[in-house]
Design a protein. Structure first.
Length: 305
């Protein structure tokens, strides 16, 4: 089907502007709490790097947990299947920062997209490269073509100042020998990764390798076809925390959200999307973001189902 995304995005932006319930921005650090829930941007990237955008699609924001997808891909590319000895791939059904399952499950987190799992994946990437956050930043710059992408040092410092729960998760997993680096080193790497500032356009492009079955923007391969399928599957089942079932039901695409209000999504073999609006629902997903992706798959019929 020949489809240009520009009118689709215009229609979605118009519908989202009329959305009465926008949710509330994350309030655990001041840098996120001041965001206006009425802000909205959305971008779609074709496999060849053509980007369509609407609203504030070029506005940088705090990417937060969206970067967990890229860290997972970078770690999986280097370590392969043994990565799954350290982290599972089942939905948790619990909030993203929950501690409870870890003790029953001997320090092996349920999946790479809850905080505990992302800490383990970052730990593995840092053990293999000595610079997990640097490797992530280089990758995002290369795939987006935006050499100015960077960490927000104030956000990283604020995360550190309010990081007791992540520190608890990391220490607890270290007690099960599931963390290789010193916990303070791991937390520094993890908070830097959460603090990356990027726009919808940047993230839609950076996600492209998942729609191209593992192939990067320059034509080289990051993941095998099978690994790209695996990452997409884990996004579908675990990418929106304890709302993954509802997200799959409404949107029907692999997706990953962050508490900055962004959600990335993949239509394998076709395109990638990023939507941003800082108002969150009670499970930490952008209210307008989920609604916009729901509209996108309904209007275009593009879904994995
Ligand atoms: O780790 C944290 O608590 C924050 N940086 C939140 C990250 C996020 O978006 C939700 N995580 N899964």
């Amino acid at each position: 089907m020949l489809l240009t995304f520009a009118p689709v995005l215009d229609r979605i932006a118009e519908e989202i502007a009329g959305l009465a319930e926008r949710g509330r921005p994350a309030d655990y650090i001041p840098a996120l709490a001041s965001a206006d829930p009425n802000r909205f941007g959305m971008a779609v990237a074709e496999l060849d790097g053509t980007v369509y955008g609407v609203g504030e699609w070029q506005q940088p924001f705090s990417t937060q947990s969206v970067t967990k997808v890229f860290t997972l891909a970078l770690a999986l590319a280097r370590k392969g299947d043994p990565l799954w000895d350290h982290v599972g791939r089942e939905p948790s059904g619990n909030p993203f920062n929950s501690l409870v399952q870890l003790e029953y499950e001997n320090g092996i987190p349920r999946n790479p997209f809850i905080n505990a799992g992302a800490l383990v994946v970052t730990d593995q990437l840092h053990r293999m490269t000595g610079d997990a956050s640097g490797v992530l930043l280089d990758f995002l710059r290369a795939e987006s073509g935006n050499a100015d992408l960077d960490f927000d040092r104030d956000v990283a410092a604020s995360e550190t100042a309010h990081g007791d729960r992540n520190a608890a998760l990391a220490h607890f997993m270290a007690s099960y020998d599931n963390i290789a680096n010193p916990v303070p080193t791991l937390l520094r790497e993890y908070f830097r990764q959460c603090s990356v500032e990027a726009s919808c356009g940047d993230l839609a492009l950076a996600t492209g390798f998942l729609a191209r079955h593992g192939i990067r923007a320059d034509g080289s391969r990051l993941l095998t076809r099978s690994q790209a399928k695996q990452v997409n599957a884990v996004m579908l089942t675990c990418g929106t925390y304890d709302a993954a079932g509802d997200f799959a039901y409404r949107v029907g695409l692999p997706g990953k959200s962050g508490v900055g209000g962004a959600i990335i999504a993949v239509v394998p073999g076709r395109c990638t999307l990023c939507v941003w609006s800082p108002g969150l629902d009670e499970r930490g997903n952008s209210v307008a973001g989920v609604a916009a992706l729901d509209r996108f798959t309904t209007i275009t019929g593009l879904s994995v189902f």
